[in-house]
Design a protein around this ligand. Structure first.
Ligand SMILES: Nc1ncnc2c1ncn2[C@@H]1O[C@H](COP(=O)(O)OP(=O)(O)OP(=O)(O)O)[C@@H](O)[C@H]1O
Ligand SMILES: [Mg+2]
Length: 330
């Protein structure tokens, strides 16, 4: 049980951290072609731009749980927890067979509790003073309460001592392999088709708001909607077991247009090496993809390309978006 960190690549697609200069609008043409234009112009701008404004101190409003560049909260291991907290967890979870730290899971406290009676439970915790951590728990709990098949089930939420605790089911599965030919790509598509964009209204932060520093006002309007979004379909968040995919880490869930998670999945396929034509054929089998209003995908591509182009670890995505969407002209 160590304090070790990180294994799968951290997901930063939905976690803008830098303020960029505002864009020019992309041109006309097909929606996908407009994304290509946006990606190209972002790449051009990236090549000539002076260093951008200062890095935000943390995530902008509306993003819960960002811990990548933000200062990580001091970590509490199961063995470090006061016995009263351990007992409180046990009281809610049932007799405990074993408990261990979940070093891959971010936050101030993350332990997997194995019980005699049911499947393992993942308990996450944030201190009362950790607003960002608590916002992430709130989002995670709100989504878990929807009882969706592809979301870890809600077990309980409790305030214990100075801790805000959330327990969900611990999914036994492996990170998805999204490379060409992998059956996991089919399972990801099945999951997105079944999810069908649940409506969430006011219970989650608005997706568009997190992009306000990177988007024009009309672009932001195109990123508004009322559907449940995960906002990071990276392989580490898509756990596969048997014949189904479950999506974990809903701490940055938001409400927005129904097609957004399919767009993130499309980029992941591009990163995993799918030829553009194949990736686009795949995404078009997901019904919510076609619900994007004219200009919406272009706005999404423009906003993300600006952000990606400025982040050293993500700049490659601009190229990927170009290649991916460059193959889309039917
Ligand atoms: N309910 C769960 N069941 C099983 N494994 C989980 C669950 N939640 C998270 N994990 C595992 O822990 C990893 C990290 O969890 P999570 O994404 O919540 O942390 P994080 O701090 O947001 O990390 P990252 O920045 O990489 O997304 C996931 O990629 C997944 O492998
Ligand atoms: Mg995560």
């Amino acid at each position: 049980m160590g304090r070790g960190r990180r294994r799968t690549p951290r997901c930063a697609a939905s976690r803008p951290l830098r303020q960029l200069s505002l864009p020019r609008r992309s041109g006309g043409g097909s929606r996908e072609a407009a994304i290509v234009d946006a990606a190209r112009s972002a790449a051009r701008r990236a090549g000539r731009r002076a260093p951008g404004p200062a890095v935000h101190g943390g995530d902008p409003p509306g993003i819960g749980g960002g811990r990548m560049e933000a200062v990580a909260p001091a970590r509490s291991r199961w063995v470090d927890l006061p016995p009263a907290i351990q007992r409180a967890i046990e009281a809610r979870t049932g007799p405990v067979r074993g408990a261990w730290d979940a070093p891959d899971v971010g936050g101030a406290l993350a332990v997997v509790v194995d019980t005699w009676t049911e499947t393992s439970v993942l308990v996450r915790g944030a201190r009362f003073g950790d607003q960002q951590g608590r916002d992430a728990l709130r989002a995670e709990a709100a989504v878990a309460a929807l009882e969706l098949e592809h979301v870890p089930a809600l077990r309980w939420r409790a305030a214990v001592g100075t801790w805000d605790l959330l327990a969900t089911s611990h999914v036994s599965g492996r990170p998805a392999d999204l490379s060409p030919g992998s059956v996991d790509v089919t399972l990801l598509g099945d999951m997105l088709r079944k999810a069908r964009g649940s409506t969430v209204r006011g219970m989650l932060p608005e997706y568009a708001d997190r992009w306000s520093a990177w988007a024009t006002r009309p672009e932001l309007e195109r990123l508004r909607g009322s559907h449940l979004l995960h906002t990071c379909m990276c392989p580490g968040h898509v756990l596969v077991s048997h014949d189904r995919a479950t999506v974990v880490d809903w701490g940055r869930a938001a409400r927005g247009p129904a097609w957004v998670d399919a767009a993130y999945a499309l980029v992941q396929l591009g990163e995993a090496g799918h030829p553009p034509d194949a990736a686009l054929r795949w995404v078009r089998t997901i019904p919510v993809w076609s619900t994007a209003l004219p200009g919406a995908l272009a706005a999404w591509g423009a906003v993300h390309s600006r952000y990606w182009a400025e982040q050293p670890s993500l700049a490659g995505r601009v190229e990927i978006a170009q290649e991916l969407l460059g193959g889309s002209h039917d």
